[in-house]
Every structure is written in C-alpha cells, then in structure tokens.
Design a protein around this ligand. Structure first.
Ligand code: AMP
Length: 209
C-alpha cells in the first residue's frame, strides 16, 4: 500500500503516520525528520537545508526529491510506505507521479488531515514547549501555515482530480483518529483485493539506487 498524508503543520501527521505504519507494516518516510537528521549530522545537504527549515520555508524541490527517492524505492520493494510531508508542492507531486508511472505503480490514497487554525496554533504552541523545535516559534509557525496554504494546498485538488483524495477529521482523541484512518485503509485494501488488484510487480532499476 502506498499512502501519502497531506495536512498543515501540527495536524498530527507524524503521530498518525507512525501508528498506521506499524499497523499495516509499512515504512514511514517523513521528509521533515530526514531533513532534521541531515541537519544534525551536518551533511552538505543538511547545511543547505537548515536556513529554509529554520525560517519555515520549503526546502528546494530537488533536494527533497534526492533525499526521498532511494527510500521510496526500497520501501516500495518491501511492501509499501506512508509518506509524511512529501510531496508538498505541485512540482514534487508531478515528479513523484512521473517517477511512479514510469515504473507502473501509483499512490493508492492521499489522506487529507482536516483541522481548524485555532486548534493548530494551540497544538503547535504545546509542541514548541515540549520538543523545542527550531521552527516552532510563533512567527515561524504562522509562516509555515501560510506556506501550506500557498504551496501545499493545491495538492488537494491535484489528488482529488485523480480520485484518490480521502478527507479525515484530525480532531479529537489520538486513538479515535487512528481508528478512523485504519478503517479507511482497511476498506481501501479490501476493495482493491476484491477488484483483483494485487501488488504490482516491481522492476528494479539500478539507476534508482
Ligand atoms: P515537518 O516536520 O514535516 O513539519 O517539516 C519541517 C520542515 O522541513 C518544513 O517546514 C520544511 O522546511 C522542510 N520540509 C519537510 N518536507 C518537505 C518537503 N516535502 N518539501 C520541502 N521542504 C520540506
């Protein structure tokens, strides 16, 4: 199963991605975590990304695509993945689409986390106190929400037009949200099996490594 999560910062994508990945035995690929890892390890990619992440801007598409590609290839071979925070721009979505169709695979579902701005701001303020993320200051949080609206929001229409967008209400107890999402994914899996769709054959392309 190949699932991607779309939602503003603070919508709970990371928390839910970990739970869904464990439940369905999928890899969780979180671009924000990968970028923070590169920054902590002070790699060249991390040094380039740091300024963007700290300001709450999106890291250039090419960097994120490079960072994500090999992991997606591996996870795809091993049974599927949850993409948490990628794609985040139409250019990334187009790149993912081109890359996948060339290999005869596609995303199964794009899960949209719906949540109001007041709830988001309250959650992000709580996370800032607990985790001390460098991009969780009030000013940066507001900027990241604007970036979501201007750059990531168009993906909702993009995946709706492809018939794979599923909306989920991301408010309420964490367990209840997980249950709702798992129910949607089980339903999708059963429907795909009933339609005779099996996991497509994976053709290994050394250029992917
Ligand atoms: P997150 O942990 O998903 O909130 O991501 C933290 C930060 O990492 C974002 O504010 C961006 O600066 C950067 N980032 C994460 N994913 C992407 C992406 N797909 N494209 C560009 N920048 C990203």
């Amino acid at each position: 199963m190949r699932v991607l999560l779309i939602g503003p910062p603070g919508a709970g994508k990371g928390t839910q991605a970990a739970r869904i990945a464990a439940h369905f035995d999928l890899a969780q690929i979180a671009t924000g975590d990968l970028l923070r890892g590169e920054i902590a390890a002070d790699t060249q990619l991390g040094r380039t990304a740091k300024g963007y992440v700290d300001r709450g801007d999106l890291v250039p598409d090419e960097l994120v695509i490079t960072l994500t590609k090999a992991r997606v290839v591996k996870a795809n071979r091993e049974g599927g993945y949850i993409l948490d925070g990628y794609p985040r721009t139409l250019a990334q979505a187009e790149a993912a689409h081109r890359w996948a169709t060339a290999r005869g695979v596609s995303f199964d579902l794009a899960l949209l986390f719906e949540i109001g701005t007041d709830e988001l701001l309250a959650r992000l303020a709580g996370r800032a106190r607990q985790e001390g993320r460098s991009d969780d200051t009030e000013q940066t949080i507001r900027h990241r929400l604007e970036v979501f609206q201007s750059q990531t929001y168009p993906l909702i229409d993009y995946y709706r037009q492809r018939g794979i967008l599923v909306r989920t209400e991301a408010v309420g107890p964490v367990d209840a949200i997980t249950e709702r999402i798992c129910a949607v994914l089980h339903w999708h899996k059963a429907r795909a099996l009933a339609a005779g769709a099996d996991r497509p054959e994976w053709t290994f392309d050394p250029a992917d490594e």
